[in-house]
Design a protein around this ligand. Structure first.
Ligand code: 4NP
Length: 155
């Protein structure tokens, strides 16, 4: 059975689609499934932001087929690991369930790189064009660590 990882941000059009594509590219597809969702509902059914698609493409990754969706309570049973992009996503996701086993699946993604520091992946949506490259670099670095850990743990 596949190990399932969910990447979560606010809109599911900028950061978590990049995180999904980057982590999936570092894991064997026969053992791991990577998906993404947003805490908000604005972009259900939408493709990723054009700037995320372009940044991924610059790094030889195609994320253009992804479709936005909103995280729901059933996801806590479906997924083994839930990585959120920032502290606000973290509190929004925890609010969806009271189950401590579900809460234990949720991690602030950059804590894998900077343990216990609760550093945010900055939301590039309203920011400067190079915000997307900065986010890509952060996610690429932390996804290397996550992929190595997951492969070691589940093989
Ligand atoms: P994301 O960025 O959480 O990285 O996908 C955002 C995209 C859209 C909105 C907020 C954040 N929005 O308010 O529509």
């Amino acid at each position: 059975m596949s190990v399932k990882i969910l990447m979560v941000c606010l809109g599911n059009i900028c950061r978590s689609p990049l995180a999904e594509g980057i982590l999936a590219s570092k894991l064997p597809a026969n053992k791991f499934t990577v998906d993404s969702a947003g805490t908000g509902s604005w972009h259900i059914g939408h493709a990723p932001d054009a700037r995320s698609i372009a940044t991924a493409k610059n790094n030889n990754l195609d994320i253009s087929n992804q479709k936005g969706r909103q995280i729901e309570e059933a996801d806590f049973d479906k997924y083994d690991y839930i990585y959120v992009m920032d502290t606000s996503n973290y509190s929004d996701v925890l609010e969806l369930t009271d189950n401590p086993e579900h809460h234990a699946k949720v991690q602030i993604i950059l804590n894998e790189l900077y343990p216990n520091e609760n550093v945010d992946v900055p939301d590039p949506y309203f920011g400067m064009a190079n915000g997307f490259e900065i986010v890509y670099g952060m996610l690429d670095e932390v996804c290397d660590i996550i992929a190595n850990k997951l492969i070691a743990k589940h093989s």
